[in-house]
Design a protein around this ligand. Structure first.
Ligand code: C2O
Ligand code: CU
Ligand code: CU
Length: 419
């Protein structure tokens, strides 16, 4: 049922078969279907009820990446749903419009379950969404794009074990919303792409094939203050970005490609014309700035290692150990250093549950404009130090971890207890 201030969903994990490529179908996992899942739409202020059901033969969890909700409904490794079990999730939406996502978070098997297809989208909407004159017609000028690289073997199968690498499973095939070589037809207007990096480990460097400018309008947790003009965008695992591509001056029949290096991510064809021209809103959001006169203690954290040796502050995940403590509703500063090793080290996308944070600095410098909005995942290069300003809105125990899912499973994860 659906009442104005309430919305209900059912999510069932299941195994299935998907026609990804010509030839044999691929054995996959999905929510309510054979691969990926539905878009859960919810509004700020709404009460959400989700009935979760696990139809796999192994345990899973249902984690809502980016939602500001209490830890008992956050779906971390503490909340397994066993095979053939259900669990009822209820929460209130206390955050602004954003494109979020959900995926499993079971202890040690997150990477494999996501790899086989368990992931879905959450659209949070609010008055801002209603008010802003942005493209918002789903499938017409507003498209979600879940980017995932996968290895399909000679029988079109995803063999996680065979592809396994403790530093992250990379694939030779790009799937976008579970599709190979996706193509969309649009009018000559502004088109909105909601990009989600749902890959296990790969970073994307996105650009248009003609080097045209595009505009980032939202980061992980909501709209940016203003559209940010750019020609290339890096998206790390777990991160989201909404961009606007302006096709108003493109003639009928023109095509343009969104690229990741040499790989085509999306083919866009201009078909049909419209005379409607729209300016992008100048002002999208107001991101509050904290008075910096009060000096907060800086809590330091070090990411290190590679493969099975990855660690946070020299430790690997232990469900029975609390690594950090914070106070509900109080601002904290975390300084995260990614220690390089003799080989140089690697970049880690650092993610925190239960909140949206702000990036204060990268190596002491103000972050780029497109990183000055709400974030829940930040890519930290080897040797780099990043300062975050965080405030947990809810109490409980929340995870923070590297979003290279194999690193998370190996134990590059800690727990913060919010009191
Ligand atoms: Cu997207 Cu702890 O996860
Ligand atoms: Cu998360
Ligand atoms: Cu990592």
């Amino acid at each position: 049922f659906e009442r104005e201030n309430e919305v209900s969903y059912t999510l069932k994990t299941q195994r299935g078969e998907t026609q990804l490529k010509e030839g044999r179908k691929t054995a996959t996992m999905g929510y309510n279907g054979s691969y990926l899942g539905p878009i859960l739409k919810m509004r700020k202020g709404q009460t959400v009820h989700i009935k979760t059901e696990n139809n796999l033969s192994e345990e899973t969890t249902f984690h809502w990446h980016g939602l500001k909700i209490p830890s008992d409904v956050d779906g971390g490794p503490h909340s397994p749903v066993e095979p053939n079990q259900t669990a009822q999730i209820d929460f209130e939406v206390n955050q602004e419009a954003a494109t979020l996502w959900f995926h499993p978070h079971a202890l040690g098997t997150t990477a494999e379950q996501v790899y086989y297809g368990l992931a879905g989208l959450i659209y949070v909407e609010d008055e801002q969404t209603d008010r802003l004159d942005l493209p918002k017609e789903y499938g017409v000028n507003d498209f979600p794009l879940i980017l995932q690289d996968r290895n399909l073997d000679e029988n079109n199968q995803l063999d996680y074990e065979r592809s396994y690498n403790p530093d992250g499973v990379y694939g030779n095939t790009l799937l976008v919303n579970g599709t190979l070589n996706p193509y969309v037809e649009v009018k000559n207007e502004k088109v909105r792409l909601r990009l989600v990096n749902g890959s296990n480990a790969r970073n994307y460097q996105l650009a248009l094939n003609n080097q045209a400018r595009f505009y980032q309008i939202a980061s992980d947790g909501g709209f940016l203050e203003e559209p940010v003009e750019m020609t290339s965008l890096v998206l790390a695992p777990g991160e989201r970005a909404e961009i606007i591509i302006d096709l108003e001056d493109y003639p009928e029949g023109e095509t343009i490609q969104l690229m990741d290096g040499e790989t085509t991510v999306l083919d866009i064809g201009v078909k049909g014309t419209t005379d409607v021209k729209k300016e992008l809103p100048r002002k999208l959001n107001t991101i509050p700035v904290r008075e910096t006169s009060d000096s907060l203690p800086v809590k330091k954290m070090t990411l290190a290692g590679m493969g099975y040796m990855v660690s946070i502050d020299g430790k690997q995940f232990d469900m029975n150990r609390i690594d950090m403590e914070e106070t509900q509703g109080e601002t904290a500063i975390w300084e995260i250093y990614n220690a390089p090793d003799m080989m140089g080290g690697m970049a880690h996308p650092f993610h925190v549950h239960g909140l949206q944070f702000k990036i204060i600095s990268r190596d002491g410098k103000t972050p780029p404009l497109n990183e000055q909005g709400w974030k829940d995942t930040v890519l930290i290069e080897a040797g780099e130090t990043v300062q975050l300003e965080l405030e947990f809105p809810e109490k409980g125990i929340f995870m923070y971890h590297c979003h290279i899912l194999e690193h998370e499973d190996v134990g590059m994860m800690g727990q913060v207890e919010v009191k």
